[in-house]
Design a protein around this ligand. Sequence first.
Ligand code: AMP
Ligand code: MG
Ligand code: MG
Length: 262
Amino acid sequence: LVVLDFEATCREGEPPEPQEIIEFPSVLVSLREGAVVAEHESFVRPVFHPRLGAFCTELTGIRQEDVDGAPAFPEALAAHQAWLASHGLLERDGAFAFVTCGEWDLRSMLPRQCAASRVPLPRVYRRWINVKTIFARTLGRSASVGMPEMLSALGLELEGRHHRGIDDCRNIARIVLELAARGASFEITSHLYPSQMPALPLTLHLGAHVREVTLKKRQLASLLGLAGSTFRTKVARVETMDGVELTSDEELAELLPGAALR
Ligand code: AMP
Ligand code: MG
Ligand code: MG
């Protein structure tokens, strides 16, 4: 299992737009060995809102100088994947599963960051185990608890600093190991489907006509409807500028913001 916990730009109340990842850490847990076997530490430099502000530094313990010298998101994502690969985790589908505390990290933050940075969201990050669900199933309790409540319900002390990504990963890993010791089984609880990915800006071509549009839902039917209403005509097929017809919602998941279609 790979525990993942992002920290991101924030302030009191609503976060800045776009909110950006500032820490991208992971901890590799072996259920067979009942132990943490590797760690990946990584700060990320925000580029839309480069100044962290006092609230964010107080919450996360992440200082301006930690992110100033760090790679921007596309490089940090590549480094995270290289770390997964170095542990043999990308060799086959299902070699591992991500574990997060809640749905925010992989349902909201990562898809939005990929859209803002204009990089594809790799498939491995589109399914995960929400440890709150496993906690609730194993202890017969509500899943609406935070990490500190899960730790204390399991008789564990919070170690390190809450809201520092690497410390959160280590604490979530301890929850995972304790739940495993109590007989929990770790199965995928959550998927990100193409239709749930962030709205996609596109350029549509029909003959000599060109229009900028935003596709709200990555569904083929929505795309055909949007193209039809944009050009006020019936549209039966959409293809890439290289002439490859789009035939499934899954293919829409791979399109980058600003892609051109005809
Ligand atoms: P966490 O994994 O709980 O440390 O939270 C992840 C991110 O959510 C943080 O890096 C912040 O961007 C945001 N966040 C968490 N708690 C708060 C809070 N109380 N106020 C504002 N933002 C928060
Ligand atoms: Mg978190
Ligand atoms: Mg955290």
